[in-house]
Ligand binder design. Structure first.
Ligand code: SF4
Length: 121
């Protein structure tokens, strides 16, 4: 029995793993870093994974949308969003450039950090 599935407030293990891998690879490719506070990174990755489950695409979890399906189709805020791709601007603080005061030294997140953030959601 998959506990994640039972609590539909949380993403599936499959999407969570996919978004964890995406975030780690994308940080390395763009030479950006995760936040010094791993719970920030964990909450954003969980939010992306939940949107991937519910909407079929990792719509940015840090914004309010009137119509999420329409936003997915518009693609602008599908992660990595246009501001990130064009200017390395991630307002979720998932991908931080080294000059950012909140940037840590990690481009990886542990399963433990992901799970402890999910336990609070
Ligand atoms: S701001 Fe952009 S890059 Fe950052 S999590 Fe949201 S969609 Fe992804």
């Amino acid at each position: 029995m998959n506990q994640t599935r039972e609590n539909n407030k949380l993403s599936t293990e499959k999407s969570l793993n996919a978004m964890k891998k995406f975030a780690e690879k994308y940080a390395k490719n763009t030479k950006t870093y995760f936040c010094v506070d791993p719970s920030v990174t964990a909450v954003v990755i969980e939010g992306l994974a939940k949107h991937k489950d519910d909407l079929g695409a990792p719509l940015c979890p840090c914004r309010h949308y009137e119509d999420k399906e329409a936003e997915v189709k518009a693609t602008y805020w599908n992660c990595p969003c246009v501001p990130m791709r064009e200017r390395k601007e991630c307002h979720c603080m998932l991908f931080l450039t080294p000059d950012n005061d909140f940037a840590g030294e990690q481009q990886e997140i542990t399963q433990e950090d992901l799970e402890s953030a999910r336990a609070t959601m």
